[in-house]
Design a protein around this ligand. Sequence first.
Ligand code: UT7
Length: 330
Amino acid sequence: MSELHARIAGIGRYLPDNVVTNDDLAKIVDTNDEWIRERTGIATRRIEEDPEKGAAYMAAEAARVAIDRSGFAPEEIDTVILSTATPDRFLPSTACDTQAILGLPNAMALDLTAACSGWLYGLTMGEGMIASGRSKATLVVATEKMSGIVDWTDRATCVLFGDGAGAVVLAPANGDGTGIVSSFHCSDGNLGELLWRPAGGNICPMTPQTLENRDHLLKMNGREIFKSAVRSMAQACDEALSRAGMTGEDVDLLVPHQANIRIIQATAKYAGIPMEKVYVNVDRYGNMSSASIPVALDEALEDGSIQPGMRVLAPTFGAGLTWGAVVLQF
Ligand code: UT7
């Protein structure tokens, strides 16, 4: 087992109250409950209806719980790493907006853009800050208001996503044996246009034409992403497990990115982990991008799926393309 540098001192989540069913979506696009359940495993998702409640609001709600549970005072949080694909505005960062809501006077705050993999990337960045002694308490929060960037006229994408946020506070490992055991991350920028928002940046600024084409909204090549996801999650599991000196048999719970039940099943099968040892909430929340894994971890701890002493493997993939996995010892 590799040396532990950082442990999870506190964890929290936020989910909007508003539940949207597949039948609700069938009223706005040409889809149906059967197709969505069969192809994705999704039955409902949460959608934040209040325009005043953006990514920073959701991040702050999740982070407040994580900080309370961590035992750290807000003044002691020295680093905020925030993952989002749905920032509230281009400048300043959603991390700074979140810091302002929470009142964290002694923290540096920055956004991290790695789509669905962002929270796991952030966890490893935070671990590095802790390991180097630069941070004593790092907040790693993922917040995704996917409802703000999906095209509600595109049935191929709008049925897949949901809103939510999850957060942890990382602290130096304290000898109790818990913490981040291993990690692996990778990206392939050549495949960026498989899942992207074409308009709104320097190369393709927003114009009346791009607005009319809905090019500022999420576009996805679902089939290609599916294939890449299965391949990259498998590699991520292999690498993170081998760096931890483990095999799939040593894993007590698989907590994968929650995009599609078929991708989750393929990943579990590849890693040799039976579905009884897989945490699934894609049926209730859809794909919450980088918030999926921390929300699932928080729920799994709360409902007893994760017990002290358990080893958890968490693999992810997303736009970029980005992918990776971590092994956590609870
Ligand atoms: O975090 C990363 C985010 N992205 C992903 O994880 C996406 C990965 N990809 C997927 O999960 C799957 O590719 C989808 C769920 C997006 C699509 O499933 P699929 O089995 O690959 O379906 P498909 O795209 O091949 O479409 C099959 C049919 C098409 O009709 P035709 O051409 O066969 O007549 C689609 O037009 O299903 C149709 N279709 C729908 N029908 C009803 C597409 N979306 C819908 C829909 N309701 N919502």
